[in-house]
Design a protein around this ligand. Structure first.
Ligand SMILES: [Fe+2]
Ligand SMILES: [Fe+2]
Length: 178
């Protein structure tokens, strides 16, 4: 039966697996951002808590975008099993360091997938991935800018308070006119 279904889709098992792995990675990112939101909230960083909650929602949307694609292509989209979500973080700064590291890992993952699609001549999925590759410019930019606030403002005195206030105001514009 599985083989018969497979005939009805141009999605190879290899690419389908890569897409499902990415679905899981987005779900993990969503769970991690929600954990960061909770940590920020518990430690008095209300603006950052809201920022991470929004990030968490966005990652879930990314997950669903991939999920829908696999389903639409006749593949088997797998609802991921997420366990072992981090609860505690070392410091306010370490939360943002980890967030940036996570975004860089996601970009690298999409790059590997795009490479895989090209090698398999799966230009349908390759084209689908363009949205995510572009999105990662913004994701990395915002995460990097947030972390830079720690250098620009400094962590002494009311530094953390000022950083917290500025975090949700970071905006990415893809032209100089924006
Ligand atoms: Fe994402
Ligand atoms: Fe992201």
């Amino acid at each position: 039966m599985k083989d018969l279904l497979r005939l009805r889709t141009s999605l190879t098992e290899d690419i389908e697996k890569a897409l499902n792995d990415q679905i899981k990675m987005e779900a993990e990112a969503s769970a991690m951002y929600l954990a960061m939101s909770s940590w920020c909230d518990r430690n008095g960083f209300d603006f950052s808590a809201g920022y991470f909650k929004n990030q968490s929602d966005e990652e879930r949307e990314h997950m669903l975008r991939l999920f829908k694609y696999v389903s639409d292509m006749g593949g088997r989209a797998v609802s991921p099993d997420i366990t072992g979500v981090q609860v505690e973080f070392e410091s306010f700064r370490s939360v943002f360091e980890q967030a940036l590291q996570q975004e860089i890992s996601v970009t690298q993952s999409f790059n590997r997938m795009a490479d895989k699609c090209q090698k398999a001549k799966d230009y349908v999925t390759f084209t689908f991935l363009q949205w995510f590759l572009k999105e990662q410019i913004e994701e990395e930019y915002v995460a990097r800018r947030a972390l830079e606030l720690f250098e620009i403002i400094g962590e002494e005195g009311t530094g953390h308070y000022e950083i917290d206030k500025r975090v949700p105001k970071i905006k990415y514009e893809d032209t100089y006119e924006g």
